[in-house]
Design a protein around this ligand. Structure first.
Ligand code: AMP
Length: 281
């Protein structure tokens, strides 16, 4: 597996692969890899003839009050895991390489970023869209894979690629969970042992919502009230948002009528967890 730190070298390798007729599948990450990431890497190997991961904790998507400095990092272990999956290259640029002195250009996707994480984290999607564009320009992939764990991010990237005529296929990947149902996340490492049962309420409340819809409930307010109760009962959890949205526009809906996104962001102690599912009525 090649380990590449600079953009020029990454482009050179991708150009060579492209000239040889290879198909490049790309997985952008912030590292501290878990089974969710590895599952995306395996899917990338299936999708392309060459597979590339990027590992870069992107400073422009973190607000000054957020956890950029403390975000978990273990590059050596990540690179071992990547090598074990058999992917071809890991692109691991420095912040100086990605954002040199004088950097001042950002990508803004204006509407699908308004609700949910965009409302709670106003600069987040601007940072994500910008870094993903820069990574695309470095890696030059034919396809890129993103987890549905970050559903609004996937919708935002799809929108950006369409709006800016980027010639890249965007592929969504299902949420990978721990055995107990907790959606895998690098941030799960922040959870103390006594917070873990509280964190499980997110996935349990998604199941509860599914049961309600299966038994005929269609009213968004009623479903969200039940979901919120099941998350907060017992204490230890503070809801940032719990919303039912259109899966394409990410606007709130009042009635579950067709596939509907149930999206959650919940603080468990100092850890902000997100989870979601698509309810089928
Ligand atoms: P991150 O390193 O958290 O930025 O995530 C990198 C990619 O992995 C994103 O496309 C995420 O949506 C995806 N991802 C993270 N956690 C999971 C998970 N539990 N299941 C599926 N995809 C995931």
């Amino acid at each position: 597996m090649r380990i590449i730190e600079n953009i020029a070298e990454m482009r050179r390798i991708s150009d060579t692969w492209r000239a040889e007729g290879e198909r490049i599948a790309f997985v952008p990450t912030m590292g501290y890899l878990h089974e969710g990431h590895l599952s995306l890497l395996r899917a990338a190997r299936e999708l392309g003839t060459r597979s590339v991961i990027s590992i870069f904790v992107n400073p422009t998507q973190f607000a000054p009050t957020e956890d950029f400095a403390s975000y978990p990092r273990d590059l050596r272990k990540d690179l071992d895991l990547c090598a074990q999956t058999g992917i071809d290259a890991a692109f691991v640029p420095t912040a100086e390489e990605m954002y040199p002195e004088g950097f001042q250009t950002f990508i803004e996707v204006t509407r699908v970023t308004q609700n949910l994480c965009g409302a709670s984290r106003p600069i987040f999607f601007r940072g994500v869209a910008t870094v993903v564009t820069k990574l695309f320009n470095a890696v030059k992939p034919h396809s890129a894979l993103f987890g549905q764990k970050d559903f609004q991010q996937l919708v935002t990237i799809r929108r950006m690629v369409k709006d800016l005529n980027m010639d890249i296929e965007i592929v969504g990947h299902p949420i990978i969970r721990e055995k107990d149902g907790l959606a895998m996340s690098s941030r799960n490492t922040y959870l103390r042992a006594d917070e873990r049962p509280v964190a499980l309420r997110l996935s349990r409340s998604l199941q509860l919502a599914r049961q309600l819809v299966n038994s005929g409930e269609r009213n968004a307010a009623a479903i969200l009230a039940a979901v919120s109760d099941s998350i907060t009962a017992g204490g230890g959890a503070t809801i940032d948002y719990a919303r039912l949205c259109d899966t394409e526009t990410i606007e709130d809906v009042e009635v579950v009528d067709g596939p509907t996104l149930l999206a959650l962001a919940v603080w468990v102690g100092k850890t902000r967890l997100i989870d979601n599912c698509v309810l089928e009525s």
